[in-house]
Design a protein around this ligand. Structure first.
Ligand SMILES: [Ca+2]
Ligand SMILES: [Ca+2]
Ligand SMILES: [Ca+2]
Ligand SMILES: [Ca+2]
Length: 320
């Protein structure tokens, strides 16, 4: 009886309908659908910043499949997001998981020695100490994908300890940095502590077809805006050095290739993603020559294994 009167309450019904709308709202192709159903711009997908209310646009499960699309001049966060190329060790957190600024990636030799000593605690030299106090062999248990300290926090697989590591060829790098054999990804079993080796978007086991391809993110979204393609002017900095962008700060001169006319100022200053001049310079296509010069679009060749760099740590073969 009480339930019926509750269900017939208009306020309750309204809240229920709104909730359903949120859950089942489908995002159009220019948007990414968060786990909670809200829609965010496709350019905010795996860009290092949490834009979904639930943060689901910046998790390994969402972004690990994007790794192959993240090439220079971008920096790749351990969980797969692609951020501005200068992000590594610049003192600013640009990755949602902090992997661009971990101590093992960015610290000097003293920092790393100190870190290693603390990690070892009173364990043997080849061991590390879990928060629970148990000692485990480094080469077998540290950054191997499995939560061996078994304290529920994934201590021995954390981004702080594993994020900077380079994984050997033919291995899979878990979302927090550990390395497992490449054959274990998409085999139906969780081999990474965070489940990233079975990420739906990686293994095509998802219905989320609206997920955009991150390669389409224009460079300009990371810096001051510029047109793409033939309309994009040639950018030069100090000493006539040609700049390929993204331009994040500084004075830039604009010119156009032969046969094109510059529309806008010849020079502008970029700061906080805005040019000092009111119009965005572009090259007008008055006479488009044959075989026009290749545009300065972002390269998108997959270089999954080539870009990880290890910071002062040896590389350990992935377990079978
Ligand atoms: Ca984001
Ligand atoms: Ca940074
Ligand atoms: Ca482990
Ligand atoms: Ca697996």
């Amino acid at each position: 009886m009480q339930l019926i009167s509750f269900l017939s309450n208009p306020l309750f019904l309204c809240a229920l309908l709104l909730r359903f709308r949120t859950i089942f709202a489908a995002c159009d192709s220019s948007h990414f659908e968060c786990d909670n159903g809200s829609c965010i711009s496709q350019y905010d997908f795996c860009n290092g910043e949490k834009n979904c209310p639930d943060g689901s646009d910046e998790t390994a499960l969402t972004c690990v499949s994007q790794r192959q699309h993240c090439t220079k001049p971008y920096f790749q966060c351990t969980y797969g997001a692609c951020v501005i190329g200068t992000a590594g060790c610049n003192g600013v957190n640009e990755c949602a998981d902090g992997s661009d600024e971990t101590r093992l990636r960015c610290g000097n030799e003293d920092d790393i020695r100190q870190h290693d000593r603390r990690l070892q605690g009173n364990c043997q030299e080849n061991e590390f100490k879990c928060p629970s106090g148990i000692c485990l062999d480094k080469s077998n248990f540290l950054c191997d994908g499995k939560d061996d300290c078994a304290d529920g926090t994934g201590f021995d697989e954390s981004v702080e300890l594993c994020g900077h590591m380079e994984c050997p060829a033919y291995s899979f790098k878990c979302g927090t940095g550990g390395c497992i054999s490449g054959s274990l990804s998409c085999n139906g079993e969780n081999d990474c502590y965070d489940g990233s080796d079975e990420a739906p978007l990686l293994c095509n086991t998802t219905k989320k077809v609206t997920t955009p391809v991150v390669t389409e993110t224009p460079l300009e979204l990371l810096g001051c805006p510029l047109p793409l393609g033939d309309e994009r002017p040639i950018l030069t900095g100090d000493g006539s050095r040609v700049l390929t962008g993204p331009i994040t700060r500084g004075t830039v001169r604009f010119s156009c290739k032969q046969g094109y006319v510059l529309e806008g100022e010849e020079s502008s200053y970029c700061a906080k993603k805005k040019w000092s001049t009111s119009t965005i310079p572009k090259c007008n296509t008055a006479a488009l020559p044959e075989n026009s010069m290749a545009t300065l679009r972002r390269p998108c060749a997959p270089t999954m294994d080539s870009k990880w760099t290890a910071a002062n740590h040896s590389i350990r073969p992935a377990p079978k």
